[in-house]
Design a protein around this ligand. Structure first.
Ligand code: MTE
Length: 309
């Protein structure tokens, strides 16, 4: 895989862009667009460093990001996760990392985060349902964690699993999906610098409804690939089963890269509704790979993007 040349930049090189970003956000805040989105405590929360991978687009408000969610473990309504995810206990939390890795084990979240530089990554987020947001995540590249546990010989895919705890996740008492929620990536997708494990947003710890305490964010794929509340990561040599793909393979493929030219069987993917844009904003065009083609198109060279198995 060709690495994005931008990863060679040091922080000092990106500072001018970073300060440009914060100026933009200050201006947006002055205009009232993100005022309601300031951290709830009003204090600086988690210490993060800015990232050159962040978009300059204004983030959605905290109310939008934490009030309009998909997290079927807490119900299928967009406001169910905010209403019911408070019951989830996220401390203690461990992630079992196994399969084709050199140092398998159950890793405490604190161990996973020790020595890790948390970044702010402001990403576009495009749901397969044709709505979108801009979210200021707090996280770190998944590649760093995989390097630390050591990718084993023959590993080609990474499988993820969400917590299964029906006592705290009421949706799991209903057969809406085959629980636990599962997702997967090809190893080169997992190692791409855009792929992060997020532990927060808006400079604060991850709200439960957004997938506390640790979730995946893959910004060039439809949102359902970004699995929440992860307890298991397994490296494999075969394509792992993924919840939505298994539930309805005709509608949800394994890759599920954002692609305006390939419609969902029941609706067009050519445009999207930006949450919070206002009644008269109209829809905006959806971009190939959600606008991240420069970073990821290479991963799919020679692959027919209309075929998604
Ligand atoms: N992860 C789990 N465990 N359960 C889910 O229902 N929904 C997915 C994804 N990850 C989901 C999940 C879908 S469809 C989307 S669009 C995103 O989470 C929504 O993330 P957000 O609520 O933080 O915007």
């Amino acid at each position: 895989m060709r690495r994005s040349p931008r990863t060679d930049l040091r922080w000092s090189d990106v500072t001018p862009r970073a300060s440009f970003l914060s100026r933009r956000q200050m201006m947006a805040a002055t205009a009232g667009a993100v005022l309601s989105a300031m951290p709830r405590t009003g204090q600086a929360g988690i210490a993060t460093v800015p990232s050159d991978y962040s978009t300059g687009e204004a983030p959605n408000s905290l109310a939008d990001v934490t009030g309009y969610n998909n997290f079927y473990e807490f119900g299928t309504g967009k406001d169910d996760p905010a209403a019911y995810a408070g019951s989830l206990t996220t401390d203690p939390w461990a992630v079992e990392i196994g399969g084709l890795v050199e140092r398998p084990g159950s890793y405490d979240l604190a161990d996973i985060l020790s020595g890790v530089t948390l970044e702010e990554r402001i990403y576009r987020f495009r749901c397969v349902e044709a709505w979108s947001m801009v979210v200021p995540w707090v996280g770190f590249p998944l590649s760093g964690l995989l390097d630390r546990v050591g990718v084993g010989a023959g590993a080609r895919y990474v499988a993820f699993e969400t917590l299964y705890r029906p006592s705290e996740m009421p949706g799991q008492n209903h057969a809406i999906l085959d629980w636990p929620y599962r997702e997967g990536l090809r190893l080169d997708e997992a190692m791409n610098p855009l792929t992060i494990l997020a532990t927060g947003l808006y400079g604060e710890e991850m709200p439960n409804q957004n997938g506390a305490p640790i979730r995946l964010v893959v910004p060039w794929k439809y949102g359902f690939k970004s699995i929440k509340s992860i307890v298991k990561i397994t490296l494999t040599d075969t394509q792992p089963p993924c919840t939505w793909n298994q539930t309805n393979p005709r509608e949800y493929g394994f890759y599920s890269n954002v692609n305006p030219a390939v419609d969902h069987p029941r609706w067009s993917q050519a445009s999207e509704r930006r949450i919070g844009a206002g009644l008269f904003a109209g829809r905006q065009e959806t971009l190939l790979f959600n606008g991240y083609a420069e970073e990821v198109a290479e991963l799919y060279a020679g692959q027919d993007l209309a075929q998604d198995f």
